[in-house]
Design a protein around this ligand. Sequence first.
Ligand code: NI
Length: 384
Amino acid sequence: MQTVISRELGEWAVAHRRYLHQHPELSGQEYQTHTYIKQHLEALGIAILDYQAPSVVGFLKGTDGSKTIALRADIDALPVQEEGEKSYLSKVPGVAHACGHDGHTAVLLAAAKWLSEHQGQVKPNVVFIFQSSEEREPSGAEALIKQGVLSNVDAVFGIHLWQPLAKGLIGVCHGPMMGACDEFKITITGKGGHGAMPHETVDPVYIASQVVGGLQSIVSRALNPMQSAVVTVGKVEEGSTFNIIPNEAVMLGTARSLTEETRQCVHKQMQRIVAGIPASFGAAGHMEYYWGTPAVVNDRQQSRYVEEVVKAVFGESVYAADMEPTMAAEDFAFYLSHCPGAFIFVGMGGEASAYSHHHPRFDIDEAVIPSAIELFVQLVLRFE
Ligand code: NI
């Protein structure tokens, strides 16, 4: 192991994490968190760049400065009532850091502390992105990128403390890592009437069931079997009682995919099905498709760099060589569609982190915090 950070820095981060955990704020409303981060960065002598609050962007000048590396943490919490026994439970009813973004914030603060205290060893410039609103639209990442946060950045890295990956492992995918997340609303308009006289009606309930079946053929029939996607209809609304055929059926759902090509293929086939199946029964199908977060696709050169750093710093066995992508979404995708970089999972699954992200009893395993700080620091120190 060639680690540089001290045990004290890890403890420093844990203390900040617990404070943030007790004071969670919802997406777009992280103003106290904003002030907290800003004050600590200023105390470290890190310049605060002019970006719209509640995001905070810090800047540290490197000794060489010909390259610039950006490190990102998300800072928002979720509308979840936290459950459990720990001493530092959320003090805000109905709001909790149930995804671990308190940990991300503390990790990046600690990395900023180490790097600012060892500025003489830091060659590239470093941009510290504390990003608001990861969990909800509008995306804080998209807003920062529009304001120019990635101009002059050569590579961007983000870490998620990740419960599905076992503690002790750190993983990165070479290429697609997390899914694009789109939403859709499909309306089928038929002709209502008496449940005993279907021949006088155009039954949107029956047609909707055909459309649901049709949508499930996309992954099996339209898509290359080597590609991955999910189409889920999560809500169907139709009719009022047992003997009336309604006029209309409405369906809500989500489509997930790992590449832009797959995403476009799924969308195109959905349009055909939504138009074609209802038309064959004399009904009208209409789809509103909402393009959400794109897929997180790591730059292969940068993900190889992460792999190298993980193996060199923590040892070969820490690198999760066979980690698979997930269909969960992350707005870190926006950074990667503008700049080379990589998103990294630091595994923490085990006894101390046994509940999934977003669960009321979710907790991060604080024992992995030092590794996450070390990784951010080393990605900067070894960057060329
Ligand atoms: Ni998250």
